[in-house]
Design a protein around this ligand. Structure first.
Ligand SMILES: [Zn+2]
Length: 400
């Protein structure tokens, strides 16, 4: 039976989450502003922020400096040092782990560059676990870790942490969330998501695409991936495979792709394609090509112009299909876009007039860290949905 009291409690919980999410995204905000933006009345906001403060999630203080006449409104800000998440970006050539405080503050960040893994799941999980323990040990005493979010370049089941398919890692049906959770002795909840989706989430929540509702995020490392947000929601597709823009066919006579087909976008604008197009020496990396381009070396300039044409062709398709407000270049495509921007923009003239007019092409605000920042958002989600329940589920026994 739903009693009026239970309903009231639900409303209160909902509003607690709403306020905490607002503070998490916006940072320090006055109570007056929270009142205005949520439409809740002043006493309700006071009671709710008081409750969040008592739970150690926010801090309330008098604003510094002289205000105008009248009583200054109390400033509420997230307890970003005390409450944090650990975020993991597990790539084919890199492993980035960050400790990110409530409010999105990056307190600690460590990166390991590594070569293509041999598909060894155990070794990879062990390495991720070591990094996570290292970051936990370095966190200030008395803090509360709400969980671990992991971004991985593969198709990930919703909510179960199962990596169904990660071709560039050579993984199939790897229960990554469970394996990492076991290593941690069940101390922390572990959530896993697709790296491009998380990159898109990061740029959408607190990046270059904040406030927009239709966004295509292009990510790239060894492959090229995509995170697509339509009407403010992540596009997943029927089986979770949606958004694989790297495998849209742009050149049927092109090279063979890792997916087994020919002429995917990835084989024309991915890292390998860039190295090939510019005639880079064996063992060279994207950074070397970009440096050669900056130095005006002819083969690099000519090769990157070709890459820019392919980049433009793919972008035109994305613009025509999704009519996005913004296309965000993340990961390795950031560096490629910086160099090929004139060619890519020129190619955009081939898009349909309607969507072409308003689309903006931008670099990811978080640089190569979009996935890591998005992985933290994934870990924070339960706390923001239901602050009290999430805190009860994650007692601060990490110091024990
Ligand atoms: Zn492909």
């Amino acid at each position: 039976m739903i009693t009026p009291a239970a309903t009231q409690d639900e409303v209160r919980r909902h509003n607690l989450g709403r306020l905490l999410r607002l503070l998490h995204v916006r940072g320090a905000t006055s109570r007056a502003r929270l009142t205005a933006e949520t439409g809740l009345n002043r006493s309700t906001v006071r009671a709710l922020t008081g409750e969040l403060a008592a739970a150690g999630l926010v801090r309330e203080s008098l604003p510094v400096g002289r205000g105008r006449a009248g009583r200054p409104s109390i400033l509420v800000e997230p307890e970003s040092v005390r409450t944090y998440a650990l975020a993991v970006d597990l790539g084919v050539e890199h492993l980035i782990v960050g400790r990110i405080g409530l409010g999105g503050v990056v307190h600690d960040r460590r990166e390991i560059r590594r070569q293509m893994v041999d598909g060894d799941v155990r070794k990879t999980v062990r390495r991720v676990h070591q990094m996570v323990e290292l970051m936990l040990a370095a966190a200030p005493a008395g803090g509360v870790c709400v969980g671990v979010g992991v971004g991985v370049s593969g198709v990930v089941g919703t909510g179960d942490g199962l990596v169904r398919l990660a071709p560039n890692l050579g993984w199939e049906n790897v229960p990554l969330g469970q394996l990492l959770s076991d290593k941690l002795g069940g101390r922390l909840p572990v959530t896993v998501g697709n790296d491009s989706d998380l990159g898109a989430l990061a740029e959408h929540v607190r990046g270059v695409a904040a406030g927009l509702s239709d966004v295509v995020f292009i990510s790239g490392e060894v492959g090229v991936g995509g995170g697509i947000i339509i009407g403010g929601r992540q596009l997943r597709g029927a089986g979770g495979y949606g958004g694989e823009i790297g495998h849209m066919c742009v050149n049927p006579r092109g090279r063979l792709c890792r997916c087994g087909r020919r002429g995917c976008w990835e084989t024309e604008v991915g890292e390998e394609a860039v190295l090939l197009a510019t005639g880079a020496a064996p063992g060279a990396e994207l950074a070397d090509v970009l440096a050669a381009h900056a130095a005006g070396e002819r083969h690099a300039v000519r090769g990157m112009r070709k890459v820019g044409e392919w980049m433009g062709l793919g972008v035109v398709n994305l613009v025509n299909i999704f009519d996005p407000e913004m296309i965000v270049f993340g990961g390795m495509t950031r560096g490629v876009f910086e160099v090929t921007e004139p060619t890519t923009r020129k190619a955009l003239a081939a898009a349909l007039t309607g969507p072409r007019r308003k689309v903006r092409l931008e670099l990811a605000a978080h640089g190569v860290d979009s996935t890591m920042v998005g992985a933290a958002e994934l870990a924070f989600a339960p706390l923001l949905d239901n602050p009290t329940a999430a805190l009860a589920a994650v007692p601060d026994r990490l110091d024990a």
